[in-house]
Write a protein that binds this ligand. Structure first.
Ligand SMILES: [Zn+2]
Length: 80
């Protein structure tokens, strides 16, 4: 299963008024995870699972799927 399809299974709840993306927790299915607009991660308020909600581009998926022992990503701000 690829990263993209896992992200597509995320249950988005709402954009809160205070700039959070709110999801239902895919792990415990009872808690909610709030990800602030300025970052790509948040924690479940019930089971403390950390969710990363950025959607990788195709070249980023290849990077994540690489089984290389060492991985190096070099670039200026925003080049990843
Ligand atoms: Zn949870």
């Amino acid at each position: 299963m690829s990263q993209e399809s896992k992200l597509d299974m995320l249950q988005f709840v709402e954009y809160s008024d205070d700039n959070f993306r709110v999801y239902k927790c895919p792990l415990c299915k009872t808690g909610t995870i709030k990800v602030h607009d300025s970052v790509f991660y948040g924690r479940c308020d019930s089971c403390l699972a950390t969710l990363i909600d950025y959607k990788p581009l195709p070249h980023q998926v290849k990077f994540h799927e690489s089984k290389a022992k060492f991985k190096l990503n070099i670039g200026g701000y925003g080049s990843g």
